[in-house]
Each structure stands twice: as C-alpha cells, then as structure tokens.
Design a protein around this ligand. Structure first.
Ligand code: 13P
Ligand code: SF4
Length: 299
C-alpha cells in the first residue's frame, strides 16, 4: 500500500507531512517529518496542490491557514489535541479585558479561532524567541501553563500571565519519575520537552521541541539517553541510533490522538474519501497574521 500511496501522491501533486509522534509506518510514507514549526514551514513553502497532514487538527488547520489556496486533509478527522481544546476565544478576550496592555501569545497547539484573537503564535521551539521579540512587557500566554512557565523563567524581563491548560501526555510525567530514572541511569543525557512540569524540567540537561530533542540526542556522545516526551521520539531514536540506549522517563507516554492516523487514512485522502479542512474566511484571515508573524521570526 505504501508504494501505491506514494505513486498516487505524486500523480495528484500531494505533499504528505507527518509529525514525529505519528507511528513509524506513517512517518515512512511522508515526504517530510517534522516538529510543529517545521510542518508549518513545509506547508507554507510547498507548491503542491494538496497537503496531507498526518498529525492532529491544529496542525492541519495551521497548514490551511498558511496555504489557503491548497486542499488540506487531516487523515484521521477525529484526531484532536486536548490541550488545544482547553482554551476558547472567549477566554482570550476575557484575559485581554483584564490586561489591556498585554500582548497575547498563543501556542500553535490552539484552534484557528483562538489564533484569530491572539497577536502572535509560537511553537515549543520558538516560544522564547517570540516572547523576547515583543515590545510589550506583559504577555498573556495560552494555553500551556508548563511551556508558559518555562518561557517566564527564560524571560525574566517579562511578566507572563499564564493560562491553566496542559498536555495530558506530558503533564503525567512526575518529578519522582525523573528522579528515579536518573538514579537508575546516573550518567545518562536527560532530554525533556517543555510541555512537562517545571519540577521535571529542573532535572533536564536539554529542553527542546521534538525536533530539538532528536537532533541533540543524535549529536551527543553520551550513549545513554533519558527522554521525557512521547513514545514516537523514542522509537525514532532507537531506529536511528542503534549504538545508544534510549529510555523513557517513567513509563512510556503516548498521545492517543497522534496514533489515530493509519496508512489507509492517507489513501482515503488521496481517493477523495475525506473532507478537506475548511475555515470561516474572517477566522482564516486573522489567524494567518498571527501564524505568519511566527514563521517570519523563525524557529
Ligand atoms: P513539537 O512542536 O515539539 O513538535 O510539539 C508538538 C506537540 O504537540 C508536543 O506535544
Ligand atoms: Fe496535544 Fe499533548 Fe498530543 Fe501534543 S502530545 S498533540 S500537546 S495532547
């Protein structure tokens, strides 16, 4: 089926993009695999007619916002991001009313409607850079309280107003998990995603996006790695670095929504058996400004 999909994608001038948390089988189908920032950039820069985004809904919506003339598909239509669903446009408008001088930075893990009422977007790889680039001292950061707290620590010159959203997958990792893992593997290189709690991040040697973690782990000369993020990143490292020992901090952590995409779903998109992403025109236009500012500033 893989060969059939690749041939059909070529014929239909379709670009298949996949996030690192997708199954390896789906990643192997993709023209490009990346973190949220890289996927947004690929979607913006492609001249393909069709984008098939193997990920969760906010990623496909972001591709549509950045490339509105393309047909964009989310192969598993019910793959959402629970953290993105924790914040609504009304929540943002209420915070704006309470803090009239503040800029609103929304994590890319948010709906198009939330992006439309925010000032600028960020990803886990660009959050600190984006917040530092703003002239406002007061910053409303939605929806991830953990990434927001990490940004606040890196930007002491700013006052960050946090929202109470979180990623159910990363928030589950506890300080005890990381303490136990380090006790068991005292010489390991510890790499953690900033969606984890602050008390977990305090034990990291490296904090970064999925792409950042993969690159830093590959570059490191240390043979033992302790990884604090979703299982997909561990699978990639075990495949690509057979000489390294790769352990999860705590049990393994899976994002159930990221695993909803199957090879058959990608074929269904190419056969026109899925509905493409559509967004209200005003929402799309306002969200584009927010996302484009992020892409211009870079990851
Ligand atoms: P990255 O930007 O690191 O790919 O993260 C996306 C995400 O959803 C992490 O949970
Ligand atoms: Fe959302 Fe967390 Fe899944 Fe990332 S890992 S898509 S933040 S639920």
């Amino acid at each position: 089926m893989t060969e059939q999909i690749k041939a059909l994608a070529k014929r239909r001038n379709a670009l298949i993009l996949a996030h690192y948390y997708q199954t390896l089988e789906v990643q192997e189908l993709a023209d490009q695999v990346g973190d949220s920032f890289a996927l947004a950039k690929f979607a913006k820069e492609t001249d393909a007619d069709i984008i098939i985004l193997c990920g969760v809904r906010f990623m496909a919506e972001s591709a549509k916002i950045l490339s509105p003339s393309k047909t964009v598909y989310l192969p598993a239509p019910n793959a959402g991001c629970p953290m993105a669903d924790m914040v609504t446009p009304d929540d943002v408008l209420l915070l704006r009313a309470e803090h009239p001088g503040a800029a609103v930075v929304c994590y890319v893990n948010s709906s198009a409607a939330v992006k439309a009422v925010s000032d600028i977007c960020c990803t886990s790889s660009s959050a600190v850079k984006i917040v530092k680039s703003l002239s406002e001292r007061e910053i409303i950061f939605v929806p991830d309280q953990n990434l927001g707290a990490y940004v606040a620590e890196q930007c002491p010159e700013k006052e960050i107003i946090l929202f109470n959203g979180y990623c159910p997958t990363h928030h589950k990792i506890s300080e005890q998990d990381v303490v136990d893992a380090i006790r068991e593997h005292p010489s390991a290189y510890v790499l953690i995603h900033p969606e984890c709690r602050k008390e977990v991040l305090n034990h990291a040697d490296f904090i970064g996006s999925t792409k950042g973690i993969i690159e830093a782990a590959k570059k490191s000369s240390v043979e033992e790695l302790l990884i604090g993020t979703e299982i997909g990143v561990l699978e990639i490292l075990r495949r690509d670095c057979p000489d390294k020992r790769v352990y999860s901090i705590g049990s393994t952590f899976t994002c159930p929504n990221m695993k909803k995409t199957h090879v058959e779903d990608v074929l269904a998109c190419l056969n026109g058996e899925r509905e493409p992403i559509t967004l209200p025109e005003d929402e799309l236009r306002a969200a584009r400004l927010t996302l484009e500012k992020m892409v211009e500033l870079g990851g």
